[in-house]
Design a protein. Structure first.
Lengths: 223, 449
């Protein structure tokens, strides 16, 4: 993917660019908001990674400008501001996701992947992967034609995994998107709920769909 | 002393008393002027009235018994304790009686000049050729006017003196108290955080102001103490993991290459711990800043407990605990849903992490004295009563729980969130295990709204 990184701190920018190129992405890097806005207008990127605090034009204004001009390039906003309001402000300003520094590179990669594909599945009423089918209107889940009974939270968890099928989702992404939790829990909430979901979705079937990537997150995919 | 004298001229109290003195002086002048005009007019009216009465008496004498009787009346009036001082009775230009020279007959009220004195009186023709005049010297009115004027000047001087002295006294006292305030503030600026403004207990406006300033100082000192505490805690609590991180990396550097991957993993995990601690401290600062109060919305506590039960039920079960919900009254409070979720999560996670498996954990919602009460209780081994207070201290970790994950800020965050919502949080004494209750103020049930 061709990505535009707008980050003023050269060391951070270097690390991020290195991590992204290491995973096969082409990264264009600029160190200020004005240049970032110009490059985003001039070139078609798969996604923008924008630091919130930038000299001159700050990240939030940059994204607002882009959205007002009708540019829908997905934006991942990076910030050191972890306040609850900062996040809401960032998302309302037009960013697709919001990541607080410092973060693991696996988290960054997972979120970049998630925002670049998000628009594709938004309006579906049915989600499907291999022999697993979810009907979003009737709130039913079938696997190999067999009905699977899920609790509301389990349904939401599986829906999120299905929407991101084939892509890595991290623990934090699940906490934020499935449970709307914006703090780091000390108990293994995600692991527990995933293992229960797994026992309903995968147990007794020929192949596993939910895979754990140690230290990174989870991925729903048919092998 | 000279400084004080000059300074009190610039005080608000002196300015006020000077304004009052000026208003008073002006009133005295106005009132005095008015009094002069009124008394003079009244005196003239009286002189005219008496003169007319005298003339009427002379006329009466003339009408009844002729000129002789009229002369008699004039002479009696001049000799007796009459009111008028000057009389004239003349016939065909000749003096008949009186103490005034003959003059051309002129009727009505008018003044004569006699040796510099103004004599006001009334002239009348008693019959053709017969003219009478009666009047009084106005010098008496002049004397009265001077006396009034003099009294007024005295009054004016005394009032002015009183106002200035009073103003000076009031300003001196005001100055003394404002100086005390300034001294206390300067002492605080110089680092004596215990200094306070002395209060008289009189409940006047200065006393109330002093009280408010003292309360403000208490709050500032508490906040600074908090800040100081946090700075110390961070320095203390971060030093340990950071130095461990450094030692681990140093050891890996000296050790064989084969152990590097493992050492790096350990270093990353240690760094994550440090970052979690940072995030928790920043969250407390954010909550204590109070900015989030602006975003309060009605939160149905029953529904919130339901969601948390769904979230933590399986987690508790997986850890060998049981989690139950007991909703006696569903109530709404105004609050921040995300923060209230974090508050309850912290309490539930504490119960799950710090009790042996087999412990029953209950979240309950009730109304006590019309105040919504959220309780998270367990039937585990509990915490000794002398440690209850300490549980809410920052970075306090019980010896027994040092082996569990955590940074000792969970209950501090819970407390900060409770305080933001105007709620009280504390351990319910005497309960089996540990029971922590959040008591909100002013209840509002969904049926009310």
């Amino acid at each position: 993917m061709k990505l535009l990184l707008i980050e003023d701190d050269p060391e951070t920018a270097g690390h991020i660019a290195h991590a992204l190129t290491g995973h096969g992405h082409a990264v264009e890097s600029v160190d200020n908001g004005a240049d970032g806005l110009a490059r985003a207008r001039a070139c078609d990127h798969a996604a923008l990674i924008v630091d919130r605090m930038l000299p001159g034009l700050d990240g939030l204004s940059l994204v607002r400008n882009l959205r007002e001009e009708g540019l829908q390039t997905p934006v991942l906003m990076l910030t050191t501001m972890s306040g609850l309001d900062d996040r809401v402000e960032g998302l309302e300003g037009g960013a697709d996701d919001y990541l607080v520094k410092p973060f693991a590179y696996s988290e960054l990669l997972a979120r970049v992947h998630a925002i670049t594909r998000r628009s594709e599945t938004r309006e579906t009423t049915r989600l499907r992967l291999a022999d697993l089918e979810m009907d979003l209107i009737r709130r039913t889940v079938l696997r190999a034609g067999k009905n699977i009974d899920l609790q509301p939270q389990e349904f939401r968890l599986l829906e999120f995994l299905l929407r991101n099928a084939g892509r890595v989702v991290t623990r934090t992404m699940l906490l934020e998107n499935v449970w709307d939790l914006h703090f780091d829990p000390r108990t293994n909430i995600v692991e527990t709920h995933l293992s229960r979901l797994r026992s309903k979705v995968d147990r007794g079937f020929d192949s596993e769909l939910i895979h754990t990537l140690r230290g990174v997150g989870y991925v729903l995919r048919a092998d | 002393m000279c400084c004080v004298r000059i300074r009190f001229l610039h005080t608000e109290a002196f300015r006020l008393s000077a304004i009052y003195a000026a208003i008073f002086a002006l009133s005295v002048i106005l009132l005095g002027g008015l009094a002069l005009v009124i008394t003079e007019r009244a005196f003239r009216d009286q002189v005219v009235q008496f003169s007319q009465a005298d003339i009427a008496a002379i006329q009466n004498g003339y009408d009844v018994e002729g000129l002789g009787e009229a002369r008699e009346v004039v002479q009696q009036s001049m000799a007796g304790p009459g009111v008028s001082d000057f009389f004239l009775l003349q016939k065909d230009g000749r003096l008949v009686a009186g103490n005034l020279p003959v003059m051309p007959p002129r009727t009505g009220v008018f003044s004569l000049d006699k040796g510099g004195h103004e004599i006001l009186g009334v002239g009348k023709m008693l019959a053709p050729g017969v003219y009478a005049w009666s009047g009084s010297d106005l010098a008496r009115a002049l004397i009265a006017r001077q006396e009034i004027l003099q009294a007024m000047i005295w009054l004016f001087a005394v009032a002015l003196l009183l106002a200035v002295t009073g103003g000076a006294l009031v300003s001196r006292s005001f100055l003394r108290r404002s100086d005390a305030m300034a001294r206390a503030c300067r002492a605080i600026m110089d680092g004596d955080l215990k200094a306070r403004i002395p209060m008289r207990g009189t409940q006047d406006e200065l006393d109330r102001l002093a009280g408010t300033i003292n309360e403000m100082l208490d709050r500032i000192v508490a906040l600074m103490g908090n800040l100081h505490q946090v700075t110390n805690d961070i320095a203390h609590d971060l030093r340990t993991p950071v130095s461990q991180l450094r030692q681990g990396l140093e050891r890996a550097q000296e050790g064989p290459q084969s152990e590097h991957a493992q050492a790096l993993g350990a270093a990353i995990a240690k760094t994550d711990d440090i970052l979690v601690l940072f995030a928790a401290m920043l969250r407390i600062a954010e909550i204590e800043g109070g900015k989030r109060r602006g975003a309060f919305v009605p939160v149905a506590l029953g529904a919130l407990l339901g969601r948390l039960y769904e979230l933590f039920g399986p987690v508790a079960e997986a850890a060998g605990h049981s989690l139950a919900v007991d909703i006696r009254h569903d109530v709404e409070v105004r609050g921040d849903p995300a923060l209230l979720t974090q508050l309850l999560s912290n309490l539930i996670e504490n119960a799950i992490l710090h009790t042996p498996s087999g412990t029953h954990i209950t979240m309950s919602l009730a109304v006590l004295d019309s105040r919504p009460a959220l309780t998270v209780a367990d039937d585990g081994p509990g915490v000794p009563a002398n440690e209850h207070e300490k549980l809410f201290q920052r970075l306090y970790r019980r010896e027994a729980s040092r082996t569990h994950p955590g940074h000792g800020l969970g209950l501090s965050i819970a407390q900060a969130i409770a305080e933001l919502h105007g709620a009280q949080i504390g351990v319910i004494p005497g309960s089996p295990g540990l029971a922590i209750r959040v008591l909100f103020s002013a209840a509002r049930t969904p049926s009310d709204s």
